[in-house]
Write a protein that binds this ligand. Structure first.
Ligand SMILES: NC(=O)C1=CN([C@@H]2O[C@H](COP(=O)(O)OP(=O)(O)OC[C@H]3O[C@@H](n4cnc5c(N)ncnc54)[C@H](O)[C@@H]3O)[C@@H](O)[C@H]2O)[C@@H](O)CC1
Ligand SMILES: Nc1ncnc2c1ncn2[C@@H]1O[C@H](COP(=O)(O)OP(=O)(O)OP(=O)(O)O)[C@@H](O)[C@H]1O
Ligand SMILES: [Mg+2]
Length: 323
């Protein structure tokens, strides 16, 4: 690949960005995030700052879709929907009166039931707590196809990434897709798409190559440092978090990202200074999640859970983005 001038140009850029992932770079990117945040205003109507849908939640997993959907609201969306399997719905409803919960995902009409709502949604977060049941995944495939046909931005996380690893063509080249794999999900995707193990000494190159191989969808590799790429640019988020790794932190990230993606696309590339709006949105969600983790850990230490982090969203958002 190194002989290909376009590729080596991209790599050079990636490497220079790697060296320069300084506090100053982080600060510059945070400023771009600030630029995409819509001002609070007394003249707006309910819904204008975001109507987000989370597709996930099954018999086993009810926490993950709840975390994602409530995080979207706490970040500033006006309405947050959950489309889940029927067994998960009463549980999720009982966690929160703030979410709108549709028990449709295991119905034979699942795709039609979700499609009805698509014209009213600004972004979908697909995968938290979805599980790997074949019938459910087939329905989600239909939902993804319907969302693409309507040009609705999609954040794909957790078991949604399991589906994409099986069928990369589902999102290949979709400009409005962001994938948020953890360590395992990333290597599974990399294996499936690039047909070989990744080079664990070159995480920047791996994220860049995976994004390119998927037709430049935005990829966020979560970890000690989050590495983000749209196949052209590579960003690193090393906002201070903590050493506490309770389950659900990724769901906070993907739910927040659902809102930020909508805001970033609405703001457009003028507000992001030529950088990809999706990359800026992803950087915002990573910084916010890590800052929530940091603040919650200062209060709760080892007993920190994702609910403690969600309680910090407001203060973390102000600290990072409303300075
Ligand atoms: N309360 C809930 O309902 C929660 C449900 N969850 C759901 O659980 C399902 C499975 O998600 P998983 O994340 O477990 O996915 P996987 O089944 O792909 O498992 C990931 C595995 O990788 C391991 N791992 C993570 N980081 C690693 C690293 N850096 N090096 C080596 N191993 C590493 C983890 O211990 C985990 O066992 C998803 O539907 C997810 O949304 C999670 O979101 C957590 C919270
Ligand atoms: N070693 C680490 N140090 C600091 N932050 C980390 C570390 N690993 C992950 N994170 C942060 O934790 C958040 C969630 O990442 P993680 O890899 O735990 O996702 P996940 O496995 O999908 O979580 P979930 O349990 O919700 O499924 C991200 O914001 C990421 O930046
Ligand atoms: Mg996860």
């Amino acid at each position: 690949g190194a002989c290909n001038p376009r590729y080596s140009g991209v790599l050079e850029r990636a490497f220079s960005l790697r060296k320069a992932h300084s506090i100053k770079d982080m600060e510059n990117t945070l400023q771009l995030v600030r630029n995409i945040i819509p001002p609070l205003s007394s003249t707006k109507h309910k819904g204008q700052d975001g109507r987000i849908g989370v597709v996930g939640g099954c018999q086993e997993y009810t926490g993950a879709p709840y975390f994602a959907a409530i995080s979207a609201l706490k970040v500033g969306a006006d309405l947050s929907h959950v489309f889940c399997a029927s067994a998960a719905a009463p549980v999720i409803k009982a966690y929160s009166p703030e979410l709108i919960v549709h028990p449709v995902l295991d119905s034979p009409n699942a795709v039609r039931e979700v499609e009805k709502w698509l014209p009213r949604l600004h972004a979908l977060v697909v995968g938290p707590g979805l599980g790997r049941d074949d019938a459910l995944l087939r329905n989600v495939q239909g939902i993804l196809e319907a969302s693409k046909a309507r040009d609705i931005p999609v954040v794909i996380d957790a078991d949604g990434l399991w589906l994409v690893a099986q069928q990369p063509a589902l999102i290949h080249g979709y400009r409005k897709a962001v994938l948020t794999p953890n360590h395992m999900e990333f290597s599974r995707l990399y294996d499936a798409v690039l047909r070989g193990p990744m080079d664990s000494d070159d995480s920047h190159g791996s994220v860049l190559r995976l994004s390119q191989a998927l037709g430049n969808v935005t990829v966020v590799q979560k970890g000690e440092r989050d590495i983000l790429s749209n196949g052209q640019q590579v960003l690193v988020c090393s906002q201070e978090g903590s050493s506490r790794r309770c389950g659900g932190q990724g769901d906070l990230l993907s739910g927040s990202l659902g809102v930020l993606v909508h805001w970033a696309l609405l703001a457009g590339p003028e507000k992001t200074n030529g950088s990809s709006p999706l990359l800026v949105a992803a950087f915002g969600a990573c910084s916010l999640t890590r800052q929530c983790n940091h603040q919650a850990f200062q209060k709760h230490g080892r007993s920190t859970t994702t609910s403690d982090m969600i309680a910090e969203v407001g203060a973390a958002f102000s600290k990072l983005f409303e300075t």
